[in-house]
Design a protein around this ligand. Structure first.
Ligand code: SF4
Length: 410
């Protein structure tokens, strides 16, 4: 097979689709992060026409010409750091298709060809995590307004907001689909998620891999119990969001009940033992000193049993939750702690978290005073607004002391 020299082309604009809660369409989830708008919005036209809209054809043409695309920055950055990128992974899995597209210089595609689907039907969510926002969680709406942060025109936004849109969405042919990723909002609270599972089961398309990002605060929605639907599918990967040990959890992921989430995790393992569950930990300056404590708690509950049961992802935006809030000496302490904790997990539990801990240890730390100031100011405002548990502490302490509360090891 001919080696593909083009270093910017990616099959996802031909084989993938990501839908944001507002209906904007992107070739993949990274594009959604780096591009303010999609190549189209599902409310504009029929899906088959949108998948060949000029804006998407232009992206395909740029890729065929070897031009870099702004929203593909994450993939290019990963490749520069020798980290396998999503682009490299999906291209490797679709080499024949890629060769064909290049040979034929083909800028069109067929919606029936789509293999990778990523759906965020709504921003409806029952949590308002500190590091989240109103676009991704309906529960954030009121707080965002009071804090003068960006918010939507309405509390709940839905990609498929009327029956016509729902009709054409659910009439789609999913036969070539390999994988569907559900995120949100909270996907287990989205009616459309259950409707799609019923469609796939009814059409015997249960070989499609299902992937989720979920807070797993609930397994039920109206008359649906997801534990009755999941066993029909051959492969399901659950990424369950947990950010801090129980005593800090409701501050960071307000108002989550960690005991309930752990109980739900155990129910999933009991009733759907083939489901692969992993813990997604969003690393911010709020929880970074508590990650090992959370992991320990989950080991004790037998939720974490293997070295690849965790996935860390670092917050960069808003910058006042990034690790750049830490001073140089705080970051040095953090690095030493993570190196030490890494050894402890290896020696005592035979769990090797080096591949994940290195995301913190090798973080390109650049302390930012403005982010630090914003961190304290925003924290104070949110604490006051939500009357959260360390509000009292704020009344009698300085900012630095608040920071010591959040990072008690310092
Ligand atoms: S190169 Fe990366 S960011 Fe661009 S479409 Fe492909 S996977 Fe998405």
């Amino acid at each position: 097979m001919e080696t593909i020299k083009n270093k910017t082309i990616c099959v996802l604009p031909w084989l993938g689709i990501t839908m944001a809660p507002n209906g904007d369409l992107f070739p993949c989830c990274h594009a959604m992060v780096f591009s303010p708008q999609g190549f189209a919005n599902i409310k504009e036209d029929s899906l088959d026409l949108l998948y060949n809209k000029k804006s998407l054809q232009d992206i395909r043409q740029q890729m065929l010409s070897g031009e870099k695309i702004d929203f593909c920055k994450k993939c290019y950055d990963d490749e520069d750091k020798n980290v396998p990128s999503l682009r490299e992974n999906v291209n490797a899995a679709n080499q024949d298709f890629l060769n064909e597209v290049i040979t034929n210089d083909n800028v069109t595609s067929d919606i029936k060809q789509i293999q990778y689907r990523d759906y965020r039907f709504s921003n409806l969510c029952n949590l308002k995590c500190r590091t989240c926002n109103a676009e991704s969680s309906s529960s954030w709406y009121q707080d965002a307004k009071k804090l003068n942060l960006n918010t939507n025109s309405k509390v709940i936004i839905n990609a498929l907001e009327n029956k016509t849109l729902q009709g054409s969405f659910f009439d789609q042919d999913f036969k070539n689909t390999k994988e569907i990723y559900f995120a949100g909002g909270e996907p287990l609270l989205h009616e459309e998620h259950y409707r799609l599972l019923h469609k796939l089961i009814g059409e015997n398309l249960t070989a499609i891999t299902l992937r989720y990002s979920t807070n797993l605060t609930t397994l039920k929605y109206l008359n649906e119990n997801v534990l009755k639907l999941w066993p029909s599918f051959k492969r399901i990967d659950l990424l369950v969001s947990l950010d801090a040990p129980s005593e800090l959890s409701s501050i960071i992921r307000y108002p989550s009940n960690q005991t309930k989430i752990i109980k739900n995790l155990k129910l999933v393992k009991l009733f759907c033992p083939s489901i692969k569950t992993r813990i997604a930990i969003t690393i911010s300056c709020l929880n970074v000193f508590h990650v090992s404590h959370l992991i320990l708690e989950l080991i004790k509950h037998q939720i974490i049993i293997s070295s690849d049961d965790i996935e860390l992802s670092l917050v960069y935006n808003p910058s006042y939750y990034s690790l750049d809030v830490l001073s140089t000496s705080e970051f040095t302490l953090l690095k030493d702690k993570m190196i030490n904790d890494d050894k402890i997990f290896l020696e005592n539990f035979h769990l090797d978290f080096r591949h994940e801990f290195k995301k913190i240890i090798q973080y390109n730390h650049q302390p930012k005073l403005k982010s630090r100031r914003d961190f304290f100011e925003t924290g104070k405002k949110i604490n006051t607004l939500r009357k959260e548990s360390y509000e009292l502490l704020l009344n009698e302490t300085t900012d630095e002391e608040l920071f010591k509360f959040i990072c008690p090891q310092i």
